[in-house]
Write a protein that binds this ligand. Structure first.
Ligand SMILES: NC(=O)c1ccc[n+]([C@@H]2O[C@H](COP(=O)([O-])OP(=O)(O)OC[C@H]3O[C@@H](n4cnc5c(N)ncnc54)[C@H](OP(=O)(O)O)[C@@H]3O)[C@@H](O)[C@H]2O)c1
Length: 367
């Protein structure tokens, strides 16, 4: 391989596919060879037919990939050849689908970056607990690296297979990780997450209908969420030490996260500063916001990360109630999704991890 990374996207019509395309079509080191759909009406159509914002930015056309349908044998074989000729592919398909499609791709020898939940968890038992099904390929889980560069940078550099984190997991892990750097600290954390509508993907449902979703602050998954499994794994916390309640709020993009933390001993503010700084030293997309004066930008806020790969983190001490607050804000489709995937790709291919991603300046006067 020279300076150019040959790649393609499986599942390019969805929101993750779109978020990947938005970055990859302008990535200076990427040659994007294919993007797939199962929809026959889109076969051979320009990607901007489905994603109108890409008009004028890419001449790429959709390819059909439908391995379950024998009438597409030729198209399926052509696609597998393109995968074989690629350096890495991205899977932008739903959880439960990656684990079925992946068998064909493993044989090609090509690197894989999966955005679904299918290979994020090391312990197969967690799939039963959180996803209600046995994992069909448990022996493969150990071959995947969790694609959060802030925690796994060196492993990602040498990885063949990457499982990108969920968006809510990214937010919870980034907020809580610095606490694991404080010596002799035992803590319990309960997160509250406020999340935008694009997190649910592009497939419409009653709950996602504008009339139902607009203007709402709606609790859901109030006692637990699937992404908690990743938080337990990455922060090495037992079930009794971490929980989450989810709220759907009226925004399209964004995850706002606060963790209420109770500790076995008092913690000083300078310890928190030291922990946050040391946790994210050398992490170019993490910004610490912990200003006591209040006002916009004093703590992580979705408005200041939207459209970018930044993960803003912060904290406050509530001495009166013996509580620490840890916070984070991300764009669910970038730092919570395609951003982690492409940051990981950059690392896997020896590029600066900020390549292309640092150009994504948060556009805060949106919505
Ligand atoms: N949305 C987020 O904020 C977010 C954040 C982090 C991670 N993710 C992960 O990203 C993945 C995609 O999510 P999304 O939000 O982009 O969902 P989405 O908008 O519903 O898109 C799903 C994509 O997968 C394809 N697809 C669906 N079923 C398929 C099947 N059985 N076989 C092959 N392709 C299939 C669809 O393509 P066609 O129908 O055109 O074939 C579409 O391109 C999920 O695993 C999700 O967990 C999403």
């Amino acid at each position: 391989m020279g300076n150019t990374i040959k790649t393609g996207i499986i599942g390019g019509t969805g929101y993750t596919g779109l978020a990947l395309l938005e970055v990859l079509v302008r990535h200076p080191n990427v040659e994007l060879g294919f993007v797939t759909t199962r929809q026959e009406s889109l076969s051979g159509e320009y990607v901007h037919r489905e994603h109108p914002n890409l008009y004028g930015l890419s001449d790429l056309k959709f390819s059909i990939y439908k391995p379950e349908d024998p009438s597409f044998k030729e198209a399926n074989q052509l696609l597998l050849k393109q995968v074989r000729d690629s350096d890495v592919i991205f899977l932008g398909v739903p959880s439960g689908v990656s684990m079925t499609l992946i068998k064909d791709f493993l044989d090609t020898g090509t690197k894989i970056i999966d955005t679904s939940a299918d290979f994020r968890l090391r312990d197969p038992a967690l799939y039963k607990e959180f996803y209600g099904r046995d994992h069909p390929l448990p022996e493969l889980l150990k071959d995947f690296i969790y694609g959060l560069p802030e925690l796994h940078r060196e492993e990602i550099k040498n990885a063949k297979y990457i499982a990108c984190p969920g968006c809510n997991s990214t937010a919870m892990i980034l907020a809580g990780y610095p606490l694991t750097k404080i010596e002799n600290l035992d803590f319990k954390v309960t997160y509250t997450i406020m999340t935008g509508s694009s997190e649910a993907g592009s497939e419409p449902s009653r709950a996602s209908h504008h009339a139902e979703r607009s203007g709402v602050t709606r609790p859901y998954s109030i006692k637990e969420h699937r992404h908690l499994a990743e938080v337990r794994q990455e922060l090495k916390l037992p079930p009794l030490k971490v929980g989450v309640s989810m709220f759907a709020v009226p925004m399209v993009r964004g995850v706002e996260c606060i963790g209420n933390v109770f500790t076995n001993r008092p913690v000083e503010e300078k310890e928190l500063w030291k922990a946050f700084r040391s946790a994210y030293e050398g992490s170019p997309f993490i910004r610490i916001r912990a200003r006591k004066t209040g006002g916009p930008g004093s703590l992580p806020d979705t408005k200041y990360v939207r459209g970018s790969n930044f993960g803003d983190v912060g904290f406050f001490l509530d001495e009166k109630h013996g509580r620490i607050g840890v916070l984070s804000a991300i764009d669910n489709l970038v730092k919570g999704d395609a951003g982690n995937a492409i940051q990981s790709m950059n690392l896997m291919f020896g590029l600066n991890e900020t390549t292309r991603l640092k150009d994504m300046v948060p556009s805060y006067l949106f919505e």
